[in-house]
Ligand binder design. Structure first.
Ligand code: ACM
Length: 469
């Protein structure tokens, strides 16, 4: 069954008309610069389809809407049923609520292959999300080749083992973990995403979350902590980059390379979780933000950077609380709302003992769907979900954590603010989950994990609801 009331994210307006249109159909494409950015109008009649959009993104989103109308099999990689199909007639007028509709994928803690990232781009596009925030560096691994600094890939891109589960005891799995993207891999990811109207925002995290890079180049770190290792623990490391001229020069050159790959106007420099940071660490962040500005870009930083000093205009990822978002907006920055207590999709999805792996806050699908961005300020450019990957050691686990909650995020980011979980749930269950099935997404079933999605091997240490790791 197909119909306008199956669409996800829900469009701004959809008016059914009598009749059906044979599918696949010729689509006449028109441009109307007066439509909103990324918006589109679809007129579906028994005689054919007219797609009008202001820009490429609008055309992309309209095509995704048509795909949804064509039924779940349209999400398979090949046609499996040659019988003629139809889609319903009517008019859809649609545009996004927010211009930044993001998802962070942490490929530093657990590497995702290039093929897996490309697949994830497809999944974002299917949900009309438009920013892929790639968290490329952390204590546990550095994932981007920088030819000038070969030890980043020789040393920093792998670790000897990983912490088992979330209990920070002595247990390690003893299995090396690693991987990195070459410059050409990243160019390919960027181009693939751009074809789908998605911007890839790279993040190089400073001055914390830096053990991997310090292991490769110990002169970047505090002397007394030698010898270094790419971290095999999760959690917040207290080791920070040494805020020296050398470190500043090193990271300028790293960013030079990153800028040569990523055309994104916004480039991430992290700045989060810096226990013991000094004013000199703050200056390093400010200097790098200014450097990015001098290169015609704008830095993205987590809300801790508001304490770093006098920053150039930035994009602030407000993750700790709404007060941080207010503070960032008042300081004249653009703000992306990334609240840990709503949009961290690595956090557990139910309180049931079978739920793998019980980190963080309880974020049920309904809880995520109920998030209403509270700050009504034009400097709030959007919302973003986070997939931190400490406990996601395979793409199957990323699927499990992301879906179907990312469907709820898509609707928060795209659809008009008024929404009703009682209306969303059957639309998701009866119409959208079959699309995810056709795509081969191993989402969390609404009633709870499949047996093979549970993790009885992970020690069930007590819930610490206010911490991530
Ligand atoms: C963060 O969760 N450290 C941004």
């Amino acid at each position: 069954m197909t119909g306008f009331d199956t669409l996800l994210p829900r469009p701004v307006s959809a008016t059914p008309q009598p009749g059906v249109c044979a599918w696949p159909a010729e689509v006449e494409v028109r441009t109307d610069p007066d439509l909103p950015a990324e918006g589109y109008r679809l007129e579906i009649t028994p005689d054919g389809i007219t797609l009008t959009a202001a820009d490429q993104a609008g055309r992309t989103h309209a095509r995704q809407t048509l795909r949804q109308l064509a039924g779940p099999d349209a999400f398979r990689a090949a046609v499996i049923d040659e019988r003629p199909r139809t889609i319903p007639c009517g008019v859809i007028e649609d545009y996004p609520r927010f211009r930044w509709r993001g998802c962070l994928l942490d490929v530093a803690r657990n590497f995702r292959t290039k093929a897996e990232v490309l697949r994830f781009v497809d999944l974002l596009s299917a949900h009309k999300l438009n920013v892929l925030h790639l968290h490329l560096t952390d204590d546990q691994g550095w994932r981007v080749e920088v030819p000038e600094f070969p030890k980043l890939t020789e040393i920093a891109s792998w670790r000897t083992g990983s912490m088992v589960g979330r209990h920070d005891g002595p247990e390690r799995d003893g299995r090396p973990h690693g991987g990195f993207y070459t410059t050409d891999d990243l160019r390919e990811i960027v181009a693939y995403a751009a074809e789908r109207s998605i911007t890839v925002l790279p993040e190089i995290d400073v001055p914390g979350h830096a053990r991997a890079v310090i292991t490769a180049y110990p002169e970047l770190g505090p002397e007394h902590e030698n010898p270094w290792e790419v971290w095999t623990s999760w959690g917040v490391s207290t080791s920070l980059l040494e805020p020296s001229e050398y470190t500043l020069g090193f990271f300028r050159r790293v960013f030079d390379h990153v800028l040569s790959i990523f055309p994104s106007q916004v480039i991430g420099l992290g700045g989060d979780e810096v226990p013991g940071a000094t004013p000199a660490h703050g200056r390093l962040v400010v200097d790098l933000a200014n450097y990015l500005a001098s290169q015609g870009r704008r830095a993205f930083g987590w809300d801790e950077v508001l304490d770093a000093g006098a920053l150039p205009p930035m994009v602030i990822g407000a993750w700790r609380d709404e007060a941080a978002a207010v503070r960032a907006a008042e300081a004249g920055h653009e703000v992306v709302l990334c609240p840990e207590d709503r949009l961290y999709l690595d956090h557990r999805q139910s309180d049931h003992p079978d739920e793998p792996i019980p980190v963080g806050y309880l974020h049920t699908l309904e809880h995520v769907y109920g998030y209403q961005p509270g700050l009504d300020d034009p400097r709030v450019v959007g919302v973003q979900a986070q997939l931190w990957s400490e406990h996601m050691d395979s793409v199957r686990r990323v699927d499990y954590a992301a879906f179907p909650r990312l469907c709820a995020v898509a609707e928060i980011a795209w659809s008009p603010a008024e929404r009703d979980y009682a209306e969303f749930l059957p639309r998701l269950r009866d119409h959208h989950l079959p699309r995810l099935d056709a795509l081969g997404v191993e989402y969390r079933p609404l009633e709870g994990p499949h047996p093979w999605q549970t993790r009885p091997d992970v020690p069930p240490s007590s819930h610490r609801p206010l911490t991530r790791a």
